[in-house]
Design a protein around this ligand. Sequence first.
Ligand SMILES: [Zn+2]
Ligand SMILES: [Zn+2]
Length: 266
Amino acid sequence: MIRFTSLGSGSEGNALLIEAGGPHGTRLMIDCGLPVRQALARIEARGVDPRGLDAILVTHEHGDHIGGVMALARKTGATVCLTRGTHAALHTRSAEACNGVTLRLIDSHEPFELGCVEIRPFPVPHDAREPVQYVVACGAISLGVLTDLGMLTPHVERSLQDCDGLVLEFNHDPDLLAQSTYPHSLKLRISGRYGHLCNRDAASFLAGLNLDRLQHVVAAHLSQSNNSPEHVLAAVREVLGEVPEAFYLATQADGFDWLTIEPLQA
Ligand SMILES: [Zn+2]
Ligand SMILES: [Zn+2]
C-alpha cells in the first residue's frame, strides 16, 4: 500500500508526503519548499509524527522545492537524497547549506532502495542544474511524480508508464500566460522547453497513459496567476473527452488530503 498527500503545491512551495508499507513502513517527502515551521505543522495536521520521516527526495534547487529541505532534515533526522548537480548548485549558493544533514548523492538514472520502497529517479528538461522527478514503487504498485518540466521526452514518458497513482504538473494556460502582466522574459521562460508544462501538454500526456490502471491523478503546481481549476478541467475534457473519476486538483494553500493506492487485484 502507498498513501500520499501534498502539504502545498505551486510556485510558493511544494511538499509531498508519501507513506509506503503501512504506518511502520517507509515515510518520505519529495521536496519541501515550505518554511520548516509550516511544514512541521502541516505534517502533524495530516496525522503524522515528523520524527518518523526517513528521507527527503529533492527534485531540484529552485526555492519552491528546496527552501525548507535542510531545516526539516535537521529537525527530523531525515536523510536528504539529491543529485550531484542539485548538491553543487546548493553548495555554490551557500557552503554551509548542508551542515548537520545526512546526504545521499543519487544518480539521475539509477534506481535505489530506501526502506521498503524502490525509488526510480529520471531526468527532466527544466532550467536547473540536474533536475529529476521520481517514481516511488512498493512491491507491484507505484506512484509517479512529474512537475517542473518544460516538455515531455520519450524517456519521461517511458519512466511513467504503468504507474498506479500520478501527481502531474498542470502549470498554466498558454492564453492566460500570454495575456498576463508577467515580463516578456518570464513568459518565455515559463512556456519554454526548460520551463513548465501547460495544461494541454499535461492532458495529452495523460491521454497516452494506461488510465484503467491509474487509481488517482492529481493536477499539481498550478500557476496562481495563469491558471485555474476550470482551465485545467477544460483542457482535460478537451483531450480525453471527459474528466477521469479519480482526478483531483492540488492547491497552494493546502495541497490535497491523503490518497491511497491499493494493491493490484490478483
Ligand atoms: Zn516548482
Ligand atoms: Zn523549478
